[in-house]
Design a protein around this ligand. Sequence first.
Ligand code: IMP
Ligand code: MG
Length: 178
Amino acid sequence: MKDDIKEIIFTEEVIRSKVKEMGASITSDYQGSSPLLIGVLKGSFMFLADLARCIDLSCEIRFVSASSYGFAAVSSGSVKIGKDIDFEMSGKDIILIEDILDTGVTLAALREFVAGFGPSSLKICALLDKPSHRKADINADYVGFACPDDFIVGYGLDFAEHYRNLPYIASLKPELYS
Ligand code: IMP
Ligand code: MG
């Protein structure tokens, strides 16, 4: 697995301290509330697990699934949302937790979907942001890092369902996906 890595972009230590900072911001912004964190599967699982432990509030944790990529390294532009929602969203302070905002197509579709349930507030938290790729009109309220144009993996992010278990975020050798 490690032979496929071109370069480590964010180390474990750098991620840990950023996630701590993000958790502290959420903790201070949501004083008096009990937010509902909704992780977007599957890429956010590791980020959400760490972030939730840095949020010092009572909060609810749920997941939705969304996918736009299939097995390609370039967004297909169509979003599939797992629509089997078995929890209440109306009247809640919801934070959507995503691994990376790339074209923004996934989060824009999810935001619209979730907004339809009538939450009392709705914010977006993304560990990574590739602003130069944006197609949809969307930005995150909490962003960890702006990242380079490279296709990246690790810390939950995959290529064809692999590399999610890398503890850091790294670029892949381009010959693997081009
Ligand atoms: P968007 O709809 O283009 O914003 O894509 C969002 C989703 O695409 C994310 O949830 C990721 O799962 C995936 N994605 C975007 N860029 C990358 C990348 O560089 N590596 C791995 N997955 C990515
Ligand atoms: Mg994803």
